[in-house]
Design a protein around this ligand. Structure first.
Ligand code: GTP
Ligand code: MG
Length: 199
């Protein structure tokens, strides 16, 4: 089905979150990892702002995904990047205070898409986020971004290092530039969303 994205709102506190009506997919990752670009690649248009300065996005930006003239079927949530200062007891000192409550309590949050850069070795901040999601019982998938910058051999080696370093069975290679992995990611999003609508 053809879904188009419409910017819904930008939230700087829990009071501003949209009503929890349809399954929601959150995009998480360190600043500059490519969250907004991936979201745009998924929806095939420039819905989310791609930053030239990392760490700019401080809000959660919500997007409605709907078939033409229909009600929203899905919501995408583009989260602020983390990892620009030393990690505190929370996931990151640089993350606004409302992010952890969002991840812990958002009733309609169906899937966290956690982005890591395929060109960068495993990072403590990413490991910490994944541990936090595991202990919170949140469903997540890890996507390795910007694989267009790697040769075949480098890609294989880096993906293996990321899986090992982050304790993953699976990692999905993707590129917003070449659209590698986009179809697979859509299939996953649709199946998770369908399962959440039934429950
Ligand atoms: N080569 C390549 N560059 C990419 C890809 N995805 C994103 N980029 C570039 O990486 C930079 C950051 O991209 P964004 O999508 O703004 O990253 P972000 O994670 O949303 O950043 P913040 O919102 O600041 O946390 C931009 O210069 C993008 O053009 C990709 O798949 N391949
Ligand atoms: Mg962004």
């Amino acid at each position: 089905m053809e879904l188009t994205a419409q910017f819904l709102l930008s939230a700087l506190s829990a009071a501003q979150f949209p009503a929890p009506d349809v399954p929601e997919i959150a995009f998480l990752g360190r600043s500059n990892v490519g969250k907004s670009s991936l979201l745009n690649a998924l929806v095939g248009e420039k819905a989310a702002k791609v930053s030239s300065t990392p760490g700019r996005t401080r809000a959660i930006n919500f997007f409605n995904l709907a078939a033409r003239n229909r009600q929203a079927r899905l919501v995408f949530a583009d989260l602020p990047g983390y990892g620009y200062a030393k990690i505190s007891k929370s996931i990151s000192a640089t993350w606004p205070a409302f992010i952890e409550p969002y991840l812990a309590g958002r009733a309609t949050l169906a899937l966290c898409i956690c982005l890591v850069d395929a060109n960068v070795p495993p990072q403590a901040s990413d490991r910490q986020l994944l541990e936090w999601l595991r202990s919170a019982g949140r469903e997540f998938v890890v996507v390795a971004t910007k694989v267009d910058r790697l040769s075949g051999n480098e890609r294989t080696r880096n993906l293996a290092a990321l899986k090992k370093g982050l304790g993953l069975d699976d990692i999905l290679p993707a590129s917003s530039k070449t659209r590698h992995g986009i179809r697979e990611l859509w299939a996953l999003i649709e199946s998770v969303a369908a399962a959440n609508r039934e429950s």
